[in-house]
Design a protein around this ligand. Structure first.
Ligand SMILES: [Zn+2]
Ligand SMILES: [Zn+2]
Length: 242
């Protein structure tokens, strides 16, 4: 079972940092709550993804009982064992995610990572040995200057005391943008996109992405990791589209 790591900083330093940089809600500017850059009200209003398929994290209709798999996972079990997403991809989450992805707002990456860590504990996620942020192709990485999945993963890794693995897999192919493609086209688009350079040093890993849409990217990465001998792959994401 997952647990948050107790924060180990010096109390005087904490007090000083709190006064210099008090947590401030990124949505409304009110004082932050519980050390997060979110106030209690805005945090409560976020579209938490609490009622979802345990296998792929797709939001389920309210009348479907908790713990049941969605129809797609029943018909075609994916190569990952479980998925957890902190939020549904609904307002204001797309704006927060875009701030990380396109405007290098690393304070938002940290906040979303902290929210994901809290959701993982709340949802009772199993503890993996490693976190693998979905890798970017080196050309995309050069253009953007950073991998948004890695930036979110740093905060999750710190909160849960789980190491990050960025050395085992790479994105070998630069795939076209997935926007506008249907499910089958997306699957074809990412086929062969990832390569495992050496098997990860844990039998159970969690791959982490900012947003999971159809799941074709995380399915493909899970497939190659399983092929490389990983026993269990879980998927962690900030947000899941319906
Ligand atoms: Zn607020
Ligand atoms: Zn499912």
């Amino acid at each position: 079972m997952l647990a948050l790591r107790p924060v180990m900083t010096k109390p005087w330093l904490d007090g000083l940092l709190q006064r210099l940089y008090p947590p401030t809600c990124v949505l409304c500017g009110a004082p932050g709550h519980a050390g997060l850059d979110l106030c209690q009200g805005c945090r409560a209003d976020l579209p938490h993804n609490r009622h979802a398929c345990p296998r792929c994290a797709i939001p389920l209709p309210e009348d479907q009982s908790i713990g049941t798999l969605c129809g797609t996972c029943q018909r075609h079990p994916p190569p990952f064992a479980a998925s957890h997403a902190a939020f549904r991809y609904e307002d204001p989450v797309p704006t927060l995610v875009a701030g990380v992805k396109f405007r290098a707002r690393f304070n938002l990456a940290r906040l979303l990572g902290q929210c994901l860590a809290l959701a993982l504990v709340e949802q009772g996620s199993e503890r993996p040995g490693l976190i693998i942020p979905v890798p970017l192709h080196r050309r995309r990485l050069r253009e953007r200057g950073y991998n948004q999945a890695l930036e979110v993963a740093r905060a999750v890794a710190t909160a849960l005391a789980i190491p990050i693995d960025t050395a085992s897999c790479i994105r070998a192919l630069q795939t076209n943008a997935q926007v506008g493609l249907d499910d089958r086209e997306r699957r074809r688009n990412v086929r062969g996109a990832f390569a495992v350079l050496r098997p990860p040093a844990a039998p159970h890993v969690a791959i982490l992405d900012d947003v999971v849409t159809t799941g074709s990217t995380v399915t493909e990465l899970s497939r190659v990791l399983r092929q490389a001998g990983v026993k269990r792959v879980d998927v962690w994401a900030v947000a899941r589209t319906p």
